[in-house]
Design a protein around this ligand. Structure first.
Ligand SMILES: Nc1nc2c(ncn2[C@@H]2O[C@H](COP(=O)(O)OP(=O)(O)OP(=O)(O)O)[C@@H](O)[C@H]2O)c(=O)[nH]1
Ligand SMILES: [Mg+2]
Length: 222
């Protein structure tokens, strides 16, 4: 296993509405009781831990109510932005936490879209849906659940480029569910890096020193 200094640093910001399970997911990811459960999170809290060859930083954030961002308090909006500042420079991901089994209708969609977009116009490029309450999945798979979901929930998954994961916070001993999530996040970050490296340089009128034709950039649909 790589040492903390060699390991990849994964920076995670948990976002979501009231009672979504953000703090619980944070504790499951860090395998540690860092964030308070059951009491509404009021301010951002950050913690880092080395796990499975990764250095993992998690920022827990206060929830929004299921209203338009316009109707959320300035304090809440500032605190969400502070969460992003806390995580600092470098690649990070947003985990949009939503409890499995809870209805996701138009007003949830509006609240998610407007609050997430406070994090920047490109927020969707860095966002994965994290379904909490994995114990509520029952016998089916998450893919079947999404397949049979309403258009609003499908919209959320599609907006996140089909990136999603399920955590059962009642099964904190299940490290595999966390390792799998970290692998997905790593893949998301390295994909993003690959895109920025293969992005064709702006045309300057000069021929490239190697004289080789540019590779076409990969499609940005995942
Ligand atoms: N059954 C089950 N309950 C969960 C799971 N995750 C969270 N909960 C419960 O959901 C409730 C809310 O969890 P929190 O982690 O406090 O949610 P939060 O989004 O941080 O909530 P606020 O910060 O208060 O808005 C708690 O009672 C948790 O025990 C899960 O995977 N399964
Ligand atoms: Mg909380």
């Amino acid at each position: 296993m790589a040492s903390a200094s060699e390991s990849e640093h994964l920076k995670i910001i948990l976002l979501g509405g009231r009672w979504a399970g953000k703090s619980s997911c944070g504790n499951t990811i860090l395998h540690k009781d860092v964030f308070s459960i059951g009491a509404q999170t009021e301010v951002c809290v950050m913690e880092t831990k080395s796990f499975a060859g990764f250095q993992v930083t998690v920022v827990d954030t206060p929830s929004w109510n299921w209203v338009s961002a316009e109707d959320s308090s300035e304090e809440l909006k500032q605190e969400l932005k502070r969460g992003l500042e806390m995580i600092g420079e470098g690649a990070h991901v947003f985990l949009m936490v939503y409890p499995l089994g809870a209805p996701f209708i138009e007003r949830h969609k509006i609240a998610v879209q407007e609050h997430l977009e406070l994090m920047g116009a490109d927020v969707w490029e860095h966002t994965m849906v994290l379904f909490s309450r994995g114990d509520w999945l029952g016998k089916g798979t998450i893919e079947q659940r999404i397949e049979g979901a309403n258009k609003e929930l499908k919209w959320l998954v599609e907006r996140c480029k089909n990136r999603y994961h399920v955590l059962n916070n009642k099964s904190r001993g299940d490290e595999f569910q966390v390792i799998e999530l970290l692998q997905k996040i790593k893949q998301m970050i390295s994909q993003k890096r690959k895109w920025s490296k293969t992005e064709p340089p702006e045309f300057t009128g000069e021929t490239s020193s190697a004289g080789a034709p540019e590779e076409p950039s990969p499609k940005r649909n995942k």
